[in-house]
Design a binder for this molecule. Structure first.
Ligand code: HEM
Length: 150
C-alpha cells in the first residue's frame, strides 16, 4: 500500500497556540461501518504506535496501566462516534482539555499524535469520506489539548 497516496487528503492544520477551533463530531456513518469493535481496534493500533513514537514518554510505561489508558481512550472514541456512553459511565464528563493539562503537550507532540492516527487510519478499508470525517474531528480537536508552546 502506498502510504502517501492513502493519506494525501488527511491534512494537519497549523493552528495558533491556544486556539480552540469549533469541533464537528465524526459522521455517524463512521460508527455504523466501524462498529464498536472496529473503533477499539483502531484505538489499540493508535496506542501501539504512540508507544514507539517520540511522545511515548507521555504515556504509562507499565503495561497494565497503559492498557487502562488505552481503554479510557477507546471508551471515549466509541462514545463520540455515536456508540454507548461508556466514557461518561466510567470517567464522568470528558473535559478532555482539563484531563490533558497534566501532560506536556506541544504543537510537535500534537503532530506526532496525529501522524500515529494517520498511519492507523491508512490501514482501514472503509469508504474514504468516513475516514476523512473522523480525521477532520481529530485534526481540529487535537489543538484543544496543546498546552505548552514548546
Ligand atoms: C494533541 C495530541 C494528544 C496527546 C499528545 C495526548 C496525550 C494523552 C495522554 C498523555 C493521556 C494520558 C494517558 C494516561 O496516562 O492515562 C491522554 C489521555 C486521553 N486522551 Fe489524549 N492526547 C492528545 C489528543 C487527544 C484527543 C484529540 C483526544 C480525543 C479526541 C484525546 C482523548 C484522550 C482520552 C479520552 C484520554 C483518557 C482520559 C482519561 O483519563 O479518562 N486525546 N492523552
Amino acid at each position: 500500500m502506498n502510504f502517501k497516496r492513502y493519506t494525501a487528503d488527511l491534512t494537519i492544520t497549523n493552528y495558533k497556540f491556544g486556539e480552540r477551533p469549533d469541533v464537528t463530531i465524526p459522521d455517524r456513518e463512521f460508527y455504523k461501518v466501524m462498529g464498536e469493535e472496529g473503533i477499539r481496534k483502531l484505538v489499540t493500533r493508535h496506542y501501539d504506535l504512540l508507544r514507539v513514537s517520540e511522545i511515548s514518554h507521555l504515556f504509562p510505561a507499565n503495561d497494565e496501566i497503559f492498557e487502562i489508558a488505552k481503554n479510557n481512550s477507546a471508551d471515549f472514541m466509541v462514545q463520540i462516534c455515536g456508540g454507548p456512553d461508556y466514557y461518561n459511565q466510567h470517567r464522568g464528563r470528558p473535559m478532555l482539555a482539563n484531563r490533558h493539562a497534566g501532560s506536556h503537550i506541544t504543537p510537535e507532540g500534537r503532530l506526532v499524535w496525529l501522524n500515529c492516527y494517520k498511519q492507523a487510519l491508512a490501514e482501514l478499508s472503509i469508504p474514504r469520506p468516513l475516514i476523512v470525517s473522523f480525521w477532520n474531528y481529530l485534526n481540529v480537536f487535537s489543538n484543544w489539548m496543546v498546552n505548552s508552546p514548546e
